[in-house]
Design a protein around this ligand. Structure first.
Ligand SMILES: Nc1ncnc2c1ncn2[C@@H]1O[C@H](COP(=O)(O)OP(=O)(O)O)[C@@H](O)[C@H]1O
Ligand SMILES: [Mg+2]
Length: 254
């Protein structure tokens, strides 16, 4: 499924009396990078939780292409190819970079990566095709030259790139990324976003990002949604959205 789109239609999520999502409509086009911005508490994480199935909306629908995925279990949504980065298991630090991608292989039905690795240990002869795919995903994130390095040797930023390669190996069509460049230096943040563009263009993956480093993120973004008070208050090209008076005011406290 190259180019999966996500539609959120009239999503409502309340916590007690609080409307964390107050009728959110979002249409994410296939093979695009979208940026979700807004001040703290505006509903960004709740929206990602509702799309990934971690939370069920009180009302509204979530569509993956034309398939209604509203209320499915998170693992069913994961299998459908919609993936939140923290759903990916932590890397195995003692294993090589390539092995870490191999164990994330989503094409081993009925077997999670953990049981897969526990039952067969590292001498396993992976199928040639799996190795080819894993290597290709490492190439996409520019970690191919480190394929044989122990994962523990990677820098924090390289770990993030490895996480993305593992998400691709597990069959991600839609990636939901919560601050993919948090805590890394600006040069590496640029590199992470450049990688995401390559993944979008090369593999047709659809990417939704929550990121606070707007000055970096916006350059790599096709479409931007600004949230405030559980609503999408503006959407469009990132330069236009971030210059929108309502959006600026929402950051100043509404
Ligand atoms: N599990 C929860 N229980 C109660 N309130 C929550 C919960 N999750 C989020 N909220 C509230 O919902 C609102 C939106 O939160 P959130 O989606 O985390 O915002 P953002 O990610 O934009 O900072 C906030 O007021 C937050 O306090
Ligand atoms: Mg949040």
């Amino acid at each position: 499924m190259r180019g999966a789109g996500i539609k959120v239609i009239g999503a409502v999520k309340t916590f007690g009396g609080l409307r964390a999502l107050d009728g959110v409509d979002v249409e994410i086009r296939p093979a695009t990078i979208s940026l979700l911005v807004g001040p703290n508490g505006s509903g960004k994480t709740t929206l990602i939780n509702v799309i990934s199935g971690v939370l069920k909306p009180d009302a509204g629908k979530i569509l993956l292409n034309d398939r209604d995925i509203t209320g499915l279990h998170p693992h069913e949504i994961y299998r459908a190819g919609v993936l939140r980065t923290w759903q990916i298991p932590q890397p195995f630090l003692r294993m090589s970079v390539l092995e870490n991608v191999l164990v994330a292989d989503g094409s081993h039905p009925g077997e999670g990566p953990i049981s897969f690795i526990l039952r067969r240990t590292r001498w396993i002869r992976y199928e040639e095709e799996s190795v080819r795919r894993a290597y290709e995903f490492l190439r996409q994130v520019r970690l191919d030259h480190l394929w044989d390095a122990e994962a523990s040797k990677l820098s924090g930023g390289q770990m993030k790139l490895l996480e993305i390669a593992r998400a691709l190996m597990s069959g991600a069509k839609v990636l939901l990324l919560d601050e993919p460049a948090a805590g890394v230096n600006p040069a590496l943040a640029e590199e992470i976003f450049a990688n995401l563009v390559r993944i979008k263009e090369g593999l047709g993956v659809t990417i939704l990002i929550v990121e606070h480093r707007l000055e970096i993120a916006m350059k790599y973004t096709d479409w931007c949604y600004a949230m405030f008070g559980g609503k999408v208050i503006a959407e469009g090209k990132p330069e236009a959205v971030l210059a929108d008076t309502r959006v600026i005011e929402s950051y100043l406290g509404g």
